[in-house]
Design a protein around this ligand. Structure first.
Ligand code: AMP
Length: 517
């Protein structure tokens, strides 16, 4: 199927209707053209996830202010078409302005508070224009999935809100930032940087990386990290800082502590060119995908508290930050010591019988999420876990496997940092000792992988293969390794995707787990 170039709304609607009648899944990748590797990374992800990919190319006048660069925004339709044809995209929607905003068009979407901060404050009306055109394109194409880049983090937050608030039947996928070799985030506007400004532009990613390195070495104070970033910008006279901020990924409100999942945003001007960049904080070694997940699964505050800081959560985080002793934080449902005695001993009167230990992500929030407390409950986690391990029921599971978690501290939600993993690893090591006959360990997901590699096997960060790379070929991986806390016994370790945290799914590893009793 060759790439079809569509210029009218009517043709797009009939093309999409025809595809849907053939039960094809449809992806939409909205762009403003002048395509580069960043855009193509979204296209590739769309090709993986859907049958048909539509890329829209539309320089939307309603998202540019009167003094902004609408007229001189880079346009390169021939090259765009070549790139999309080589990427085997089925359709390119490239309507003229009059087709999208015909005479008499008067309805606009107001995204609310989110459109008034950071980029919204610098570019009044920008997000109103983006939200309107995105909604219009969603209604024309009716995609099953739409792909956006983390590069425009505030746009991602706004679009996700739009989809949720208006019940739009589309799934939003967010892809990591693609960068040049020196770290500069790819952007259509980069072509307008003079060679001197291009050199100075590398400061954006450098300052973000510096803040990340400081945070990973234990300096979580957002004020200090921002001071450090601002110092770097101040040393470069070509560059004018519009803003630098460290924010909560859901509300975009500034945070006091740059914990995993929080996002650093920067915007600068170099001559007449404005460029933006961002970075999601995460534990050392975490992949861009995992960081995105941390940011996008951060608990969404309820609407009433959305505009106000959340001191109770902040103070809980601080407690966790300070003491690092989960057992000391009152809201933890299964503190480590109790965990060992109540949970394991109650469920496993004969600890010697257990041959396989399964290490999951974070402890469930409250006992109701644990299969041990509600063995009869069928949850997405239990269904996929049993499929992975080749068991039919909880009783069958319990007869051969014990399940534990990389992070006990559920108060951190999905935002687990390095020190939490390090702390919880102490308890994990104690647990491993409880099962003298364990032959295999099944690791579920990236957190458990990082913790096992670093804190159980004691490997150096530099020698640990990134999790997505390790699992890329067959969706799982294994190694036989001597485990220090198991008396240096050799244990077979199987690394799999987490049943519910990650988008991807591992095939069943039942054949590698020994025979049923
Ligand atoms: P634009 O053409 O700039 O409107 O961008 C279209 C889409 O591509 C948006 O969802 C952007 O966030 C995304 N995008 C732009 N640059 C990058 C990049 N360097 N890496 C990943 N995605 C990007």
């Amino acid at each position: 199927m060759s790439t079809r170039w569509i210029f009218t709304v009517a043709e797009m609607i009939s093309f999409a209707t025809e595809l849907r009648s053939q039960s094809k899944t449809l992806a939409l990748v909205p762009t403003m053209g002048a395509l580069h590797e960043g855009h193509l990374s979204l296209v590739r992800q769309a090709k993986i996830q859907c049958d048909v990919v539509v890329v829209s190319i539309f320089v939307n006048p309603t998202q540019f202010g009167p003094t902004e660069d609408f007229a001189r925004y880079p346009r390169n339709p021939e090259k765009d078409f070549e790139l999309l044809e080589s990427a085997n995209v089925q359709a390119v929607l490239a309507p003229p302005v009059e087709e999208v905003f015909p005479a008499g068009f008067s309805t606009f979407v107001d995204p609310g508070h989110i459109a008034t901060v950071w980029e919204g404050a610098q570019r009044p009306g920008h997000f109103r224009g983006v939200a309107t055109v995105v909604l219009r394109f969603f209604n024309i194409v009716k995609p099953d999935v739409a792909f956006f880049g983390q590069k425009d983090f505030q746009q991602v937050v706004m679009v996700r809100r739009l989809v949720e608030d208006l019940n739009l039947p589309v799934r939003i996928v967010v892809c990591p930032i693609v960068r040049e070799a020196d770290g500069l985030a790819r952007s259509s506007r980069n072509v307008y940087l003079s060679s001197e400004d291009r050199k100075a532009a590398v400061l954006l990613s450098r300052s973000l990386k510096r803040a990340e390195a400081l945070a990973q070495s234990g300096e979580a104070d957002a004020k200090k990290l921002l001071e450090e970033m601002r110092k770097m910008f101040a040393a470069e006279p070509r560059l004018q800082l519009d803003y630098a901020a460290i924010v909560d990924p859901a509300t975009l409100e500034p945070v006091t502590h740059a914990l995993p999942g929080c996002v650093a945003l920067v915007a600068v001007r170099l001559g007449t060119v404005r460029i933006i960049d961002n970075l999601i904080f995460g534990p050392p070694g975490s992949s861009p995908e995992m960081k995105l997940q941390l940011a996008l699964t951060a608990p969404q505050p309820d609407k009433e508290s959305a505009a106000t800081p959340r001191p109770e959560i902040d103070s809980l985080r601080l407690k966790i930050e300070k003491c690092r002793d989960c057992a000391a934080v009152s809201s933890i449902s299964l503190p480590p010591r109790e965990f060992l005695f109540k949970y394991l001993k109650r469920n496993y009167p004969n600890l010697d019988a257990i041959r396989v230990l399964v290490i999951g992500g974070c402890a469930p929030i409250g006992p109701s999420g644990s299969p041990y407390c509600h063995p009869e409950e069928v949850t997405p986690f239990s269904t996929r876990l049993y499929e992975l391990l080749g068991v039919g029921s909880f009783a069958e599971f319990k007869a051969r496997f014990a399940l534990t978690d990389a992070a006990r501290c559920h108060a951190v939600g999905n935002r687990v940092d390095e020190r939490t993993l390090e702390y919880c690893a102490k308890h994990l090591r104690e647990e491993l000792k409880l099962f003298p006959n364990v032959q295999s360990v099944v690791i579920l997901g990236e957190y458990a992988y990082l913790q096992f590699q670093r804190h159980i096997l004691g490997r150096e960060q530099a020698s640990i293969k990134p999790f997505p790379e390790l699992l890329k070929a067959q969706g799982w991986a294994q190694e036989s390794v001597r485990v220090p806390c198991c008396g240096e016994r050799e244990v077979r370790v199987l690394y799999c995707y987490h049943p519910t945290f990650e988008n991807k799914k591992s095939p069943s590893v039942a054949a590698y787990l020994g025979s049923k009793p």
